[in-house]
Ligand binder design. Sequence first.
Ligand SMILES: NC(=O)c1ccc[n+]([C@@H]2O[C@H](COP(=O)([O-])OP(=O)(O)OC[C@H]3O[C@@H](n4cnc5c(N)ncnc54)[C@H](OP(=O)(O)O)[C@@H]3O)[C@@H](O)[C@H]2O)c1
Length: 292
Amino acid sequence: MSRALHRVIVVGHRGMLGRAWCQLLQQKAIAHRGVDIDELDVTNPRKVATISGYDTIINCTGWTNVDGAEDYEAEATKLNGDAVGYLAARAKAIGAALVHYSTDYVFDGRAASPYPIDHPRDPINAYGRSKAVGELQLQEADCDHLLIRTSWLYAPWGNNFVLTMLQLTKEKDALKVVNDQRGRPTSAQHLASVSLQLLQQGESGIFHVTDGGQCTWYEFTRKIAELAGHDCDIQPCTSAQFPRPAKRPAYSVLDLSRTEAVVGQMPEWKSNLKRVLNHRDAEDTEEGRNHG
Ligand SMILES: NC(=O)c1ccc[n+]([C@@H]2O[C@H](COP(=O)([O-])OP(=O)(O)OC[C@H]3O[C@@H](n4cnc5c(N)ncnc54)[C@H](OP(=O)(O)O)[C@@H]3O)[C@@H](O)[C@H]2O)c1
């Protein structure tokens, strides 16, 4: 049965995905309110219990500092795990649907073919463990929900790989990028749009939503530089040559078949990347005009 959205709350609206959601709801003229930590700290159950008058809760909060989670796993778990339980309990109490986001990092990265939605969770770092706690909390609360796993998120705003690499490939003559981690980049605007379709079509349970196709970080960077016209010598390297506090899964490709059966084929990552870079160029031009 389809869902009608009349009043939506976007929690974590200043984040990368939260901003994409608010922009989309604005475009679709769906009544919504965005809140962030200063107004509604989701790790505080008393605050979460004040949410009322909404038919849909979109949870865009998250501890997204993967390396930082290694030293602060308890804090990461409060936000990525316990808070999801509070939001799910509240959604159930007020009869709202909850959309929550999880990650490819709940899997171990040892697979050789895309991870199906029901593959056992086996995270290899603290961030992945904290997100797996959130998934369990959501499923145990048994509220009306969409649990959407995504990966390698980027947008024309926020802190993300695309914006970092745009800057680095512009400034540097040469760059080494890891070529032994494979996954699926995801435009936050595309993710919000597919999430809305799933929600409105009355879907529930686990869905994987990413851009189509797959690549390594090295291949992703080469395309970013090529589309931006940056003349930087980009060379492949291994994860061992670029050690980080948190281990990364080597193979992070999420299987999209359940999602594609409902909303059609996901656009290839190269075309979504082109769209996001164009959007950014348009915003830069607009900004220039406003300051000119
Ligand atoms: N980024 C990725 O590559 C990626 C990949 C897979 C899955 N995901 C998942 O997708 C979701 C959205 O990610 P994102 O990259 O858009 O996140 P983000 O840009 O880091 O935004 C998170 C938002 O949550 C807010 N927040 C933090 N603690 C909060 C609290 N206690 N109460 C209320 N709000 C709080 C943040 O506010 P402040 O900025 O003020 O702290 C920020 O506005 C997350 O669940 C993430 O785990 C992300």
